[in-house]
Design a protein around this ligand. Sequence first.
Ligand code: C2E
Ligand code: CA
Ligand code: CA
Length: 846
Amino acid sequence: MSATTQITLRTAVVMPFVMIFIITIGVIVTVQKNSYEEMVRDVSDKQLTALTDNVNLVLHSFLNDPFQASLNLSHSIGFNHLYTPNDTSNIEQYLRTSFKNLYHNLPQLDVIGFGGESAEYVGFRKEPNNDYTLMVQDNRTQGKLVIYRGQTISQDIRSVFEQYDPRVRPWYAPVAKSLTPMWSSIYANADERQEITLSALTPVFYADAFQGVVVTDIKIDTFNTFLKNQQEQTNAVIYIVDDKSRIVAQSTGGKIVSWGTPQSEKGDRLLATESANPVIKANADYFSSHDFHLQNEPQRYQLDIEGERYFNHFTPYIDEYGLQWYIGVAISDTHLLGKLPESQRNSWIIGIIASFLGIGLGLVAFNHIVAPITSTVSAAKRLAKGDWDSHMPKPGNIYETTMLVYAFNEMANNLKVSFRALRSQLLYDSLTKLYSREGLIDTCDKLPILNGSLMLVGINKFRDINDSIGHYQGDQLLVAISQRLKSVFSGDYYLARIGGDEFAIYMPAEQSDETSLETANRVLKAFAAPFVIEQESVVVSASVGIVENGPDENMTLWLRNGSIALSNAKQDVTNISHYRPEMADISRNRTLMQAKIKDALEHNEFVPFYQPLVDLKTGEVVGAEALARWLSPSAGLVSPMDFIPIAEESGLIGAIGEQILLQACNDTVKGMKEGKWNSAFHMHVNLSVNQLSQPDFISTLQRVLQQSTLNANNLTLEITESRIVDNDRVTIQNMQAIRDLGVHIAIDDFGTGYSSLAYLHKLPFNCLKIDRTFVNNLNPEDLDTSIVAAIVNMTKGMKVSLIAEGIETDEQAKMLAKLNCPLGQGFLYSRPVPFEEWPTNLVSMK
Ligand code: C2E
Ligand code: CA
Ligand code: CA
C-alpha cells in the first residue's frame, strides 16, 4: 500500500453521489423557501389589502349613512324653516317621519336629535325592541328634558331631566363655534345606557342664521359585530384605533372602556396597548414605537406573536369631516395559508425519507456489485497465505466483475498448477525420483511420531569418481545406487537423496542398535560389487551414519544429527557410525576450529618446522621434512594432528599446504645460500591427497617453484599411502605431472595402507617412507623377518630411496643400518625445529 490515504471503492462511488444529492437538496430547499416566502408575502398582501379595503368600504358606509342623514335633516330643517324657538313640534313631526321612513333601517343609527339656539331639544332614540321613543325639551315640557316611552308626548314618561342645556353638550358647542358639519369625538352617552357613541353633527341655518345643531348618534358597538363577522370568516384580527391610539372597535370583542389603568381613567376608552388581545397589543406596541401616526401611509410588517408569525397591515382612515382613524388587520401564518405549511413540511419529510431509502437501496445494489470484487480480494489474500484449496470467488451478474472473477480464477488455477509443479520439484529429486531433502522433511514431519531410525548413506569420494567418469555417467551411477539402495530395504521406509552424493533412509519402525547396524552393513555390502556404467565398471564405497531416538517431530534435526554421524563414519575404518550427542559437540568444535583456521590463514600463522633426514651410514644430513605448525597467539603452538584433519575436511588444507610449501621452498633456497645446506639437499613437504586431487595443483606447484627459485630436483612431496585413491584419474595424472616437473614423490607412512603392495607398481614415486610403527617394532632377534626387511628387499630392484621414520634410539638406528635402510629421521637426530634453530652441529653417525 502506498503512503496516501486509501478510500474504499464504495466510498469513492457513493461519496460524489451523496454530495450531489446534498447539494441538489440544498439548492431545492433554498429556491423553494424563497418562492414560499415570496408567495406568503404575496398572499398576505392580497388578503390583507382585500380585508382592509372591505373594512374601509363598510366603515365608510357605516359612518357616512348616518352623516348623510344628519346633513339631510339639517338642510331640510333650515330650508323649510321648521325651527320655532321654544317649540319643537314641527321638527318633532319631521324627525318622526324621517326616522320612520328613512332611517329606521340604519342599524348603527341610534339617536337623531335637534338642539336649538334657545336650549330646546327634540330627538328620537332607538330602543332594543327596534321601536323608537321621543325625547323633548321645550315649552311643552316646561323646559325639562322628558323621555317618553312612546313616540308622542303623553303621560307615559320614562324619565325627566331638569336643567338640561343642549348648548353645553360636547356635540353642540364645537359646531356652534365652527358652523360646519363635523364628527364629535367619541364619548359615552349622558343617558342611562352609557354607550360608546360617535355623533355626526351638522349646523342648521335659516337664511344664514345659525339656529341649532342636528345630531345623529352612531352606536359603535354595532360595528364591532361587523368586525367580529369578518374575523369569523377570515381569521384575521381587525381593529380600529383613533389618532390617540385608543381603540374604536375591534373584531375580538371585549371591552373598550377602561375600568382604570395607569394610562387611562375609569370610563376612558382603552389604549390599544392596553388591549386584552395579544395580537392587538403587540401591534400597538409595534406602531407606537414606530410613530406610524405621523406618516399616514399604509404600513406592512410581520410580527412574531406568541410563537406565531403574523402579517399585519395598518392603514389610515381619514374622512372629510375630520375623522382620523386607523384600520389594523393582522393574520397569522396558519390562518393565512391554512394547511399549506404543514403539507409543505410533510412533503419534505416524505422527500427525505424517499431519498434515504434511495441511498440505502443504492448501497445495497452497490454492495451486490462489489461483492465479487471483495470476495476476489479475500481469495487473493488466502492464495497469498498459501491456502490453495480455499473456495474461489463467485461471479456476480455484472459483466465487468464477472470478467474480473473469471480472470482471477484462471490466474489462480494457473498459479495452483505451477505451484504444485514447483512443489513436486522441490519435494522430489528429478534424477532418482526419490524424495529430496525437503520432501523427506515434509513427509516425515507429517508422521504422527518420529521414533524409528534414520540412516544417512554417503558415497565416499564421489566427487573424484564423478570427475573421472564424467558427469553424465556420474548421474547414471547415482540412479544405479538408488536402485541398489531400494533393493536393500523392505517394508515401511522413506528413501531420499538429500545431497549430491548423500542418501537418507527413514524407517518409521523402532529398531534396536543391532538391527540397524545389520541394515547398515547390508547397505555397505550392496556397494561391494562394482557398478557397470556404460560398459565401464566403477568401484564405489559408502559410509553410513545412523540416528536413533532422534529429537521427536523434527526431521530437520534428525538429518543434522545424521550428517554428523555420517562424517564421523567417513573417518571410521568400519564406515559406520551411530550418532551420539557428544558428536554434536565435536562437530561444533570443528566448525569453530574452521573459523579459527581461516583467521590464522589470513594472519600467516602457519609455519614449517624442519626435521633432518639423515644418511644412516654416514650420519650426513641429506635433507629435511617440513612439518606444519600453527603459532596461534591465543593457543600457542598447535600440533598438525589438531588442525590438519579439520582443514582437510573443510578444504582449507589447500591454502595451508600452499603457505607451508612456499615457506619451505623459500627456506631451502635461503639455507642453500647461507651454506647451511648443500646443493643436493632435499626438502620434503607433506601433501594432502585433497591438494593432489585438485586439477589446478600443478600450476600452484609451478608458481611456488618459480617464486622461490627452488630447483625442482631439491623438492620431494610426501603423499600418505593409505589415502591415495588408485583409480582417481586426477590424482594419478597430477602425480605424473609432478614427476614430469622433476619434483620427487615420496610415499608416506608406507605399509599402513590396505592393498599397498598390490598397486604400488602403478604409482610414480621416488621414495618410500617406512611408517614409524615398523621401526618401533624392530627387535634384534627376528630382524630378518621384519616388515622393514621385506620392504628393503622388495625395493631392491627399484630406483627408489627408503627413509625409516620415527628413529628414537641408537639401537633402532643400528638395526636399520644393518638391514641396509639408507636413510632415516627421528627424535634421535632432532625434533622438528624452526628454520632459525636448525642444528649446525648435527649428530653425525659413524
Ligand atoms: P608425518 O608426515 O608422518 O610426519 C612425521 C611425524 O612424526 C611428525 O609429526 C614428526 O614430528 C613425528 N616424528 C619425527 N620423529 C619422530 C620420532 O622419533 N618419534 C615420534 N614418536 N615421532 C616422530 P607431526 O609434526 O606432529 O606431524 C604429524 C602429521 O601431520 C604428519 O605425519 C603429516 O601427516 C601431517 N603434516 C604435518 N605437516 C603437514 C603439512 O604441511 N601438510 C600436510 N598435508 N600434512 C602435514
Ligand atoms: Ca611426512
Ligand atoms: Ca610419516
